[in-house]
Design a protein around this ligand. Structure first.
Ligand code: PA5
Length: 435
């Protein structure tokens, strides 16, 4: 089943439709090597099968752990960075009530993140908050050795043990890490923390549908089975659909590569809903880390409209013409809210009285699309009927598969990230880390 629609007509004034169609043989070749697992990075393709082979028992374990910790926690701290952080946050923020932190009677713990930055103030203020709240935590690190989450875990473990005592602290910690190696695995074994495994053949940025993402998402009270079901539907649709015309994954990979080859080196993923901010952040990591290598790659940028039309709008309309937009559009909102009529019409808005805000947002999207095309910005539109677990699962799998295909079209290995080691080497030397 596929709930994702892709519309490409607004790139055809920039590249002829035939040039896209002519990419089909190239797409077929790379797509086959993805599914047959014969291309570069083929030992990191475990994420492709996850939705269809997901163990029911693993769902049950995560749901039970989440239920157990919910009983005694007002706050759940998720420690992780990059691929061990962004996917969970993207889904939790997309599905969540936007003012959850201010609600008085919360049904589920409030999710707080740590280990994704090195701000002393951030972590000190978090500890101040946790002094006053009951909490538990998940520490998520595939390698089990990443500096930022390791520092956060050391601080929080110490805090937890002082607050509750060692035995109780052990019951409030869950680790998600490698099945056999890394400092976190060793520590978890010696302390007896419940652990979940990050599969060997799934890289960080492709890991949201493993316990890396699913455990925090379950903890926040969302339906992880529906999320994986959505991804499974997208996997089976994508496997069967054979052409750019009927396969959105092929269409997206073809369109962005065709534009890139015409000098459009920056892609802006645009949304019109603030709760999709972290979905864009997740997408930026997925595409940036997968494609930006060997001097190649589309630079992935993000914008939230209409907010950013009042900041980045000028550049997009009129700046250097090396950009294209991919608009992620959601057809239906969760709530209904109409604009009220006023007696005096002092603000001149009575012409909108009785109209829903989503209608105005839709018109903003249409008007922006026309303006940006006139301004020389090709536009890809991806739409889903609404934001729910199933559709997010579809979007996640869609973007992951398209990323693999797109990376192959670009001529890079979309499943490694050699470049991220460079800063670490320098930082460790400066910090005097023992060899
Ligand atoms: O995608 C990646 O590989 C990275 O973003 C990692 O997820 C990130 O560096 C965190 O790594 P780890 O899970 O090993 O702590």
């Amino acid at each position: 089943m596929n709930n994702i629609k892709i519309e490409l007509e607004n790139i055809f004034s920039f590249i002829p439709e035939e040039s896209l169609v002519s990419l089909q043989p190239e797409i077929d070749r790379h797509y086959a090597s993805l599914w047959r697992k014969t291309g570069a990075g083929n030992d990191f393709l475990g994420w492709m099968d996850i939705p269809s082979v997901f163990e029911k028992d693993l769902f049950r374990r995560m749901e039970e752990d989440a239920a157990r910790l919910r009983e005694n926690s007002e706050i759940f701290v998720v420690i992780g960075i990059g691929g061990s952080y962004l996917g969970a946050r993207a889904v939790i923020e997309a599905l969540g009530y936007q003012f959850y932190d201010l609600l008085e009677n919360r049904k589920y713990p409030y999710i707080v993140y740590a280990g994704h930055n090195l701000s002393e103030d951030y972590h000190a203020e978090l500890l101040e908050l946790l002094d006053k709240k009951d909490y538990s935590l998940a520490v998520i690190s595939k390698s089990g050795t990443t500096t930022e989450p390791a520092i956060a875990f050391r601080i929080l473990r110490d805090h937890l043990e002082k607050k509750y005592g060692k035995a109780e602290a052990r019951k409030r910690i869950i680790a998600v890490t490698d099945k056999a190696k890394g400092a976190l695995k060793t520590l978890s074994d010696s302390e007896g923390y419940p652990t979940y495994v990050v599969p060997d053949d799934v890289g960080g940025r492709y890991s949201v549908l493993t316990p890396v993402g699913l455990l925090p998402i379950a903890m926040a009270g969302f339906d992880i089975r529906k999320l994986v079901e959505g991804a499974a539907g997208m996997a089976s649709h994508s496997r069967q659909a054979k052409t750019i015309a009927d396969n959105p994954v092929m269409a997206y990979a073809a369109a962005r590569n065709a534009l890139y080859r015409k000098g459009k080196t920056i892609e802006i993923l645009v949304n019109y809903l603030p709760n999709l901010y972290y979905l864009t952040e997740w997408w930026k990591q997925l595409y940036g880390e997968s494609e930006g290598k060997e001097g190649k790659g589309i630079f992935p940028a993000g914008a939230g409209f209409t907010t950013d039309l009042h900041s980045m709008g000028q550049y997009i309309q009129d700046g250097m013409r090396n950009i294209f937009e991919t608009v992620l559009s959601v057809e239906n909102s969760r709530n209904k809210l109409t604009i009220p009529k006023t007696e005096d019409d002092a603000d001149g808005l009575n012409y909108l009285a009785g109209k829903r805000i989503s209608y105005v947002n839709r018109m903003a999207e249409k008007g922006t699309l026309m303006a940006h095309i006139d301004g020389g910005v090709p536009n890809i539109r991806i739409s889903v009927p609404e934001i729910n677990e199933f559709n997010l699962g579809q979007l996640i799998y869609f973007f992951e598969l398209a990323c693999g295909l797109s990376g192959y079209m670009l001529g890079v290995n979309p499943f490694d990230q050699p470049g991220v080691e460079a800063y670490k080497k320098n930082m460790f030397a400066l910090l005097g880390k023992p060899k």
